[in-house]
Design a protein around this ligand. Structure first.
Ligand SMILES: Cc1ncc(C[n+]2csc(CCOP(=O)(O)OP(=O)(O)O)c2C)c(N)n1
Ligand SMILES: [Mg+2]
Length: 320
């Protein structure tokens, strides 16, 4: 992998984290309302997997959706404006944190009902199969959604019809404050794929290279007609479920253990050890990203709120 690509990945990971740290600050200032679910700690999943997609592949996810939007290629200024509920936001200020979507980039959003988007991902895959394209769907979800009926119905249908969909479970060890083993009858999420005739793999998802490699292979298999596929990304969220989560359900030692494997730290160490980049080059990227985020905040703050008359616009789609 060339230096340019590696530094590009580094920039993407830092952009996601800096965006979210800024959102946390703006939330505490009361400038972002509603719920805010941070992705900090899970960056290697979105960066590694979405860098393995073809441009005509689709993305769909749950409410922890900022990173996927950034990786889809949406300008952070439209995302920041959406966070602040402004009319210039990517969902015209009416979606907010949980409903980022950019169909021009094949990014179908951001859904708040746990597991509710999984059948939608399968539906998009059915449309592509029907049209005879080589597009696949990368359908992301949390570990908690694998205990929901939608998940099982959607996987079954995808299995029956051999649909081009890659199910990506981001196992961050918790669904709200409930540890995975307290909510799931089987220990690993990947076991659930077997019930629907699907190949699956567990991935060390603190390592962006592992994620990229596994996703690339799974997408290749899908395009060769061995659809669908399933990946369980083993990861961790460093912050609470949403804002104001006192985190009483996990120990400091546990958090510390995972933080030692910070996905950005792992990439940084790789770049330094392999002499792919210098600390100065990475510091320079950090600074550029900081400025990009500041400019996005300024754009968002200066933008107007949606007009009252726009309340009933975009409620139904007339034609797509
Ligand atoms: C159908 C449904 N049930 C319950 C909720 C409340 N809820 C919101 S997030 C969440 C936890 C989901 O955990 P997981 O799927 O692991 O995703 P994570 O938050 O860890 O990314 C729950 C139970 C909901 N939004 N939708
Ligand atoms: Mg979870």
């Amino acid at each position: 992998m060339d230096k340019e690509t590696l530094l590009h990945w580094y920039r993407q990971m830092v952009l996601i984290r800096t965006f979210e740290q800024k959102c946390s600050e703006l939330y505490q200032q009361g400038k972002i309302g509603g719920f805010l679910h941070l992705y900090i700690g899970q960056e290697a999943v979105a960066v590694g997997s979405i860098n393995a997609r073809q441009e005509n592949d689709h993305l769909i996810t749950a409410y922890r959706d900022h990173a996927h939007a950034i990786m889809a290629g949406t300008d952070v200024k439209y995302l920041m404006a959406e966070m602040l509920g402004k009319a210039t936001g990517i969902s015209k200020g009416k979606g907010g944190s949980m409903h980022l979507a950019d169909v021009s980039k094949n990014y179908w959003g951001g859904y708040g009902i746990v597991g509710g988007h999984v059948p939608l991902g399968v539906g998009i895959a059915l449309a592509e199969q029907y049209k005879g394209t080589d597009s696949a769907v990368l359908c992301y979800m949390g570990d908690g959604s694998t205990n929901i009926g939608y998940f099982h119905e959607a996987l079954n249908l995808a299995g029956v019809w051999d649909l081009p969909v890659l199910f990506i479970v981001e196992n961050n060890q918790y669904g709200m404050g409930t540890a995975v083993e307290r909510a799931s009858a089987v220990k690993t999420m990947v076991e659930k794929a077997a019930a629907y005739g699907m190949k699956g793999k567990q991935v060390d998802a603190m390592n962006v290279f592992e994620v990229h490699n596994a996703t690339q292979k799974a997408l290749q298999a899908i395009r060769k007609g061995k659809a669908p596929q399933f990946l369980e990304m083993i990861t961790y969220r460093f912050e609470g479920h949403s804002m104001g989560d006192p985190l009483r359900y996990r120990s400091k030692e546990e958090v510390h253990k995972w933080q030692e494997n910070d996905p950005i730290g792992i990439l940084e160490k790789h770049l330094l050890d392999e002499k792919e980049a210098t600390q100065e080059e990475m510091d320079q990227i950090d600074e550029e990203v900081k400025q990009e985020i500041e400019a996005a905040v300024q754009f968002a703050e200066e933008s107007p709120f949606p007009a009252l008359e726009s309340l009933f616009e975009d409620v139904y789609a007339n034609d797509l």
